[in-house]
Design a protein around this ligand. Structure first.
Ligand code: ARG
Length: 266
């Protein structure tokens, strides 16, 4: 299945500030390695998976713009823009807004409450799973639900290392998700089990290697090479699995899916 996604080259990617437990200015990024790792993901999407990858121009002093998953949530050609919690990232919104507008998208929501785009909102069939409270407000979920006219299932996250929903939950296909249970409140975990027929539990080891930050088109997935057990589970499920290294992005608390925003057309 083909997908259309948005990526941002890591030209200005570095650790300039610390806004999650993974980031430390004492643990700098190797820019050349970051570029190689980013390019490898781009090549997997375009050459191996046949996805359509669009690019947004990186901006100086906005090092986290590379994580386009936080640039919005796009469903049916409509865009919920991000309202970033950290002041360091707030200037990104205008650049994403301009890109969407220049690329023909016209229906926008500017959430009043903090909302960090697809980082905290994952589309599963007709539903949206949405995470809080680390980086998005629970109150943003009803804004999203009415804008897209979709049911939103709110999931409380319980471990600050897994501060965006897409670090601890991945959508694999129409029947299947993968997750690390301890990143969720008891109620949140119960809601997922009540909703999704097939729930794969990753190990803490694989979750910490950003294995769950995994883009899938239902048949093809890219998995962090630090998460071999998870990769094997997906192979057993019949998926085409490609693994790749994301060490430099993990220094910023990001992985493969964070570098990717899905553009769901109308
Ligand atoms: N350094 C970025 C931040 O803390 C990483 C964003 C990761 N994005 C994601 N979708 N999980 O905002």
């Amino acid at each position: 299945m083909s997908k259309s996604v948005l990526m941002c080259p890591p030209t200005y990617f570095e650790i300039e500030y610390e806004i999650n437990p993974w980031m430390s200015k004492d643990n700098p990024v190797d820019p050349e390695l970051a570029l190689q790792q980013w390019q490898a993901i781009y090549d997997i999407y375009t050459k191996q998976f046949g996805w359509d990858v669009k690019k947004i121009e990186p901006q100086q002093n906005l090092p986290d713009m590379v994580f386009t998953a936080n640039g919005g949530l796009v469903i049916d050609g409509k865009v919920a823009l991000p309202t970033f919690r950290a002041p360091d990232r707030q200037a990104e919104t205008e650049h994403f807004n301009n890109w969407f507008y220049a690329n023909g998208l016209q229906d926008f929501l500017e959430p009043k409450y903090d909302f960090e785009g697809e980082g905290d909102a994952l589309v599963w069939n007709d539903l949206i799973f949405a995470g809080y409270p680390w980086r998005s407000d629970l109150a943003s979920h009803s804004e999203i639900a009415s804008f897209f006219d979709r049911e939103v299932i709110s999931l409380q996250l319980a471990d600050a290392r897994f501060y965006h929903l897409d670090t601890c939950l991945s959508i694999i296909d129409g029947d299947t998700v993968a997750l690390w249970p301890e990143a969720f409140s008891v109620e949140a975990l119960a809601k997922i089990h009540q909703t999704v027929p097939n729930v794969i539990e990753a190990s803490e080891h694989d979750a910490l290697a950003y294995g769950l930050n995994m883009p899938s088109d239902g048949t093809q997935v890219v998995v962090s090479e630090g998460a071999p057990d998870l990769a094997n589970r997906l192979i057993e499920l019949g998926k085409t699995v490609v693994t790749t290294s994301i060490s430099e992005f993990q220094k910023s608390g990001g992985g493969i899916k964070c570098l990717t925003l899905e553009l769901r057309a109308s």
